[in-house]
Design a protein around this ligand. Sequence first.
Ligand SMILES: NC(=O)c1ccc[n+]([C@@H]2O[C@H](COP(=O)([O-])OP(=O)(O)OC[C@H]3O[C@@H](n4cnc5c(N)ncnc54)[C@H](OP(=O)(O)O)[C@@H]3O)[C@@H](O)[C@H]2O)c1
Length: 285
Amino acid sequence: MASWPLVSCLRVQASRHNTSISGQTLPDCNIYSMRIFITGSTDGIGLASARALISQGHSVTIHARNASRAADAKAALPKADSVLIGDLSSIAQTKALAEAANKTGRFDCVMHNAGLGYQHGSRKTEDGLEALFAVNSLAPYILTCLMERPKRLVYVSSQLHSGGSDEFGDVEWKRRRYDSMQAYSDSKLHNAILACAVARRWPNVPSNSVHPGWVKTKLGGWSAPVDLDSGAKTQVYLASADDIGTGQYWANMKPAMTHSAVGNVGKQEELLKRYHELSGVALPE
Ligand SMILES: NC(=O)c1ccc[n+]([C@@H]2O[C@H](COP(=O)([O-])OP(=O)(O)OC[C@H]3O[C@@H](n4cnc5c(N)ncnc54)[C@H](OP(=O)(O)O)[C@@H]3O)[C@@H](O)[C@H]2O)c1
């Protein structure tokens, strides 16, 4: 677990609770607490990350696809600050989610964690996109563009990004015959590329991607070797620790090697252009 961050967690907003460290109750200034938003925090690694960050004293806004899952998440995390709702497979709902998030104020950290796994077969969304692409790849881009720029960003990728394709002409799977493992790997490559592109475009906002490990969740499967708390560790660290750097892909608590497209500026810009075409939203300068 990360130690209490001292510098990057300074909070400009009013606090919600007193904090006690070494038996000394701090005044209602909450200087050690960050405002953190985690997508897909109803289950799995997102839920575990939210729980860990709340236990560190941070103010965590969780996210669910619908009202029923929001009630589940609130029951699982009664100390969460609030719950925002939006189905990330819908461009309209993702845009509305960004708007709702902005109404709550600026976040210190946004963690793009929600994802669909390769077990899911082909499903077209209301926008005519493949659902896995819409949820895993396009939604983090739309939220990044439309949410007030946070102080840092974390994108949950995967080691499987290394098998992703860096051809972006048919990212939405309109022409290709659907292959769920390829779609998943592609989406995780997109996450790592987006993190790096944002790090380059917004040098003042640390932006990193992370592989959590092969974790026991409904996405990872119950025979996966890594438990939830260990799986959440690196992304919790990236969300809350000082001096994490930017533009890196992390695994096992340290920067790791990536697909060659991740640091390729031409590929980054190509992907941003496709996202813009598909969503109508441009990444602000
Ligand atoms: N588990 C692994 O081994 C592993 C390995 C590498 C990377 N990852 C990555 O880690 C992240 C979290 O995965 P996980 O293993 O924790 O999976 P999980 O347990 O299935 O959790 C996924 C989360 O995303 C949410 N979600 C899915 N579709 C959504 C939609 N349309 N709108 C809003 N929310 C939606 C889920 O909501 P519901 O609860 O309502 O379904 C859930 O909260 C993913 O990005 C995944 O690619 C996982």
